[in-house]
Design a protein around this ligand. Structure first.
Ligand code: ASP
Length: 416
């Protein structure tokens, strides 16, 4: 009992199990009981998600500003940023490749669904240049109001640079940011303490609404996606944190587990950010690095989403009787990697971007309607993996920075 009281991951895990059991009970109790979970249990989960979303913006701004200032060198910020982005792109490309391999292995087991009366309206795609332009804010407050993470990151980096360059004169402003950080951190820790309740309230209605019968014909596609998610998490990240981050993979998996569970229940990388920051800190990642890599990852790094897009593309192709060529699969790797940058860390965003992936190889966008009904189930796993991927970067880049500083320190000592 003492152990449960002390361990948040354990509490979250138990809450998840209880939520699944409760969901099944409500499901078996009939329609009214399911409606009850949606009307009265789900809103409690939504309140927690709202609180996390409210706290995430001030936490990200203040922690990135602090991170940039503590690096005290504009070039260093650039190097960390570049390394993180390269790592994110490489792991996403590996993720989608794993997704495609699994989907090709399992495609024979998929139940071919009717495609004759499908309808799905794809959102207007944003061009690559527009995506770049949209990273830069035209207003100081709008990005905070809209929780546009990339724009918020840019603002925070500029403010950090401003503090470094203004030197002495920026002292009061810097202290104010430090103080804000402490205040928001206290609030965040308070909100995180009630995460198990949130997890229970989020998962119960999902299970009640998506009973086993709904999964039926899509069970094999879901299984493929989950196998690929876990293969990527257990193999790619383990190798990456071991070889690049010099961390025991078991320690990493254990450390990232609470964030995984929360992402799984909330289906939002952005809302999971406060939990991820806490996990990174507990795993020994540097705060200056984690506060930069995690928000960036929550916005542009979506390995789970890429896997899902690969698996769904193959499934939709087989329902339409289309055989994808090797060249088309390479195109999927490329577009899904780029699409992940444009995918917001919010529930269901990956499904919207699936349209772009399908269009890139000429697959019918209406096919999305085949998987839309169970998107939440795909989303739970993919968001979990997205967040674990972000944490792996925090660990690896932290280790790299610490080693680099040690090397530079030695060099400076030898020169002195
Ligand atoms: N829900 C995912 C996330 O927040 C994005 C997606 O829908 O794939 O990371």
């Amino acid at each position: 009992m003492q152990k449960i009281k002390q361990s948040l991951p354990l509490q979250i895990f138990i809450a998840l199990g209880l939520g699944i059991v409760a969901g099944l009970i409500f499901l078996s109790a009939g329609e009214n009981a399911v409606a009850f979970t949606v009307s009265y249990i789900k809103p409690i989960g939504t309140i927690f998600l709202n609180l996390l979303k409210f706290i995430v913006v001030p936490i990200v701004i203040t922690s990135i500003v602090q991170g940039v200032v503590s690096l005290s060198d504009i070039k260093k910020v650039g190097t960390i940023g570049l390394r993180t982005i390269i790592y994110y792109f490489c792991t996403t490309a590996i993720a989608i490749t794993i997704g495609l391999i699994f989907a090709n292995l399992f495609k024979g087991t998929y139940k071919v669904l009717q495609t004759s009366d499908l309808a799905y309206e794809a959102a207007e795609p944003t061009s690559f240049m527009d995506t770049i332009v949209n990273i830069f804010p035209s207003n100081l407050f709008q990005p905070m109001v809209d929780s546009s993470m990339l724009q918020i990151i840019v603002i925070a980096i500029f403010v950090g640079f401003g503090i470094i360059i203004a030197g002495e004169k920026s002292q009061a402003f810097k202290e104010w940011i430090d103080s804000c950080y402490e205040v928001f951190m206290v609030i965040m820790k308070g909100i995180i303490k009630v995460t198990p309740i949130a997890v229970f309230c989020l998962i119960t209605p999902v299970v009640a609404e998506n009973g086993p019968a709904v999964l039926g014909s899509l069970a094999m596609v879901l299984l493929t996606a989950y196998l690929a998610y876990f293969t990527h998490a257990l193999i790619t990240y383990s190798i990456a944190v071991k070889t690049l981050g010099h961390m025991d993979p078991i320690k990493f998996i254990k450390g990232a587990f609470p964030a995984f569970l929360f992402a799984f229940s909330s289906t939002s990388s952005i809302a999971t950010l406060p939990v991820s920051l806490e996990c990174a800190e507990k795993m020994g990642a540097r705060r200056d690095v984690a506060s930069f890599t995690l928000p960036l990852g929550a916005t542009i790094n979506m390995d789970g989403t890429a896997i899902y897009q690969g698996v769904c593309a193959i499934f939709i192709a087989s329902c339409f009787g289309i055989q994808l060529t090797f060249g088309q699969m390479l195109t999927i790797v490329l577009t899904a990697t780029l699409a992940s940058v444009g995918t917001a860390g919010t529930p269901g965003a990956g499904m919207i971007m699936l349209a772009m992936v399908l269009q890139s190889v000429g697959l019918p966008v209406e096919g999305i309607a085949l998987v839309a009904g169970v998107d939440r189930i795909f989303d739970m796993g993919r968001t979990g993996i997205n967040v674990v991927g972000d944490l792996s970067a925090a660990v690896i880049v932290s280790d790299y920075e610490t080693r680099r500083e040690a090397r530079e320190g030695k060099k400076a000592a030898a020169e002195a």
